[in-house]
Write a protein that binds this ligand. Structure first.
Ligand SMILES: Cc1cc2nc3c(=O)[nH]c(=O)nc-3n(C[C@H](O)[C@H](O)[C@H](O)COP(=O)(O)OP(=O)(O)OC[C@H]3O[C@@H](n4cnc5c(N)ncnc54)[C@H](O)[C@@H]3O)c2cc1C
Length: 393
């Protein structure tokens, strides 16, 4: 069967591309349903974009690469699409936009847009082989147990990264990149919880508080969550994308509270109060109990010198920890790295060496922060490739 464009992957980027690439488009996915990651994203409400999305919110070996696509399809364009489909949404925090209802509305919207554009969708279809031919590409697939041969002038790699294999993630994008001699940057899990040896924080599992997490390169002020296995929560997920194995991190447990001044004034007014009792007014009680033996939190407020209080606050502001690792691709929201942006046109996402071959979305070495940025990249890169394909017809 001959198509104009084959898109491998009916995820966020692939579906968006198919809404733009024009007639003769077929989208192929091995999953039972399209957009499975969209469906489970944002706790089932899909954090579909971020009002403040800009190139600074992305990691890539070439931080300039995403600028062109992001400028040509912005968060406001996606919001306009969502509004046109009557999907109600709200800002949760920090510019993060979520559906009021269900993430399934975003999947349905994309499926409808694909239909309107005339694109076909084949699910439960696995890719057996891909070959470059004189006229384009020959793709062998297996659908409903039967082998089929497809040909197309354009082939779009939109099969995402390695994160959450249980959700259908495979390394197909990287295998195809190797096959076509496209360079790859190192891949690693991003937006992922930290683990610590010996169930170090087990007694604190479930405790959450606002915190500032930093390493030598960057810092994030968002919630911190202790888990059975280690540390999670938005501040941890954000920092994890900038963290390297073996590196120490700094946790500021009191980023927004002038605890030194408060402890000093309480010492004046209620000197008989236990130090731990006063601290539990500013930090979760279970955390104070956990820290007490480590930070030598004992005695009454009146017993604490200025120097001792300063020393305590310094420790609360700069608790040095070294994660033993991360939870890996099993729970990572994204894959850092991927198809090297040097191989692609930033205008069209077409490979520089093989005309008609495109790569978009998470498969490419562009990774966003937590907060709707990754979908915005999927939409923008999908539109860039889809529009370029349509314009060439
Ligand atoms: C739990 C979770 C929550 C998330 N929440 C958010 C959020 O709220 N906001 C946000 O911006 N980002 C979020 N993300 C990240 C976001 O989901 C991804 O960045 C985005 O989906 C990437 O889009 P994509 O189209 O490149 O890849 P995907 O959406 O992963 O799509 C790839 C598609 O390719 C298919 N595929 C893979 N291999 C093959 C193969 N061999 N053959 C055929 N088909 C194949 C897959 O089945 C899938 O449908 C979340 C991720 C996870 C895991």
């Amino acid at each position: 069967m001959a198509y104009e464009t084959l898109i491998l992957g009916a995820g966020a980027a692939g579906m968006m591309c198919a809404t733009r690439s024009g007639p003769g488009t077929l989208v192929i996915d091995h999953a039972k349903a399209p957009g499975e990651k969209i469906r489970i994203s944002g706790g089932g409400r899909c954090n579909f974009t971020n009002m403040y999305a800009s190139p600074e919110n992305y990691l890539s070996q070439n931080p300039h690469f995403c600028k062109s696509a992001m400028a040509r399809y912005t968060q406001w364009d996606f919001i306009e699409l969502v509004d046109r489909h009557g999907i109600a949404w709200h800002e949760k925090t920090l510019g993060q936009l979520f559906c009021d209802g269900s993430a399934k509305q975003i999947v349905a919207m994309l499926v409808e847009e694909m239909k309107t554009a005339g694109a076909d969708l084949w699910l439960q279809t696995s890719v057996t082989s891909v070959t470059h031919t004189a006229d384009g590409f020959r793709v062998e697939v297996e659908r409903e147990g039967k082998p089929q041969v497809l040909t197309a002038r354009n082939l779009v790699i939109a099969t995402g990264g390695k994160s959450i294999p249980k959700m259908g993630a495979t390394g197909l994008a990287y295998d195809l990149a190797r096959q076509f001699d496209l360079p790859l940057t190192d891949t690693r899990p991003g937006l992922v919880p930290f683990t610590f040896s010996e169930d170090r924080f087990k007694p604190l599992a479930g405790v959450a508080l606002p915190a500032r997490l930093s390493n030598e390169r960057t810092s994030f002020d968002e919630a911190l969550l202790f888990t059975h296995r280690g540390l999670s929560g938005p501040s941890v997920l954000q920092l994890s994308s900038y963290w390297r194995e073996g590196e120490q991190i700094s946790v500021n447990l009191i980023p927004e509270t002038p605890v030194f001044d408060l402890l000093r004034s309480q010492r004046q007014e209620a000197g008989r109060k236990a130090l731990t009792t006063e601290l539990a007014r500013h930090l979760p009680g279970r955390l104070v109990d956990f820290l007490a033996p480590k930070f030598d939190l004992k005695g009454r407020l009146a017993d604490q010198s200025d120097a001792a209080l300063r020393d305590l606050c310094d420790r609360l502001e700069n608790w040095r920890l070294t994660p033993s690792g991360s939870e890996g691709y099993r729970t990572a929201e994204v894959t850092l790295g991927g198809i090297d942006t040097d191989a692609l046109s930033s205008q069209t996402m077409e490979t520089k060496t093989i005309p008609g071959l495109y790569a978009i979305g998470e498969a490419v070495d562009v990774t966003g922060w937590l907060g709707g940025y990754n979908f915005q990249w999927a939409w923008a890169s999908g539109v860039a490739a889809g529009s370029a394909i349509a314009a060439r017809r």
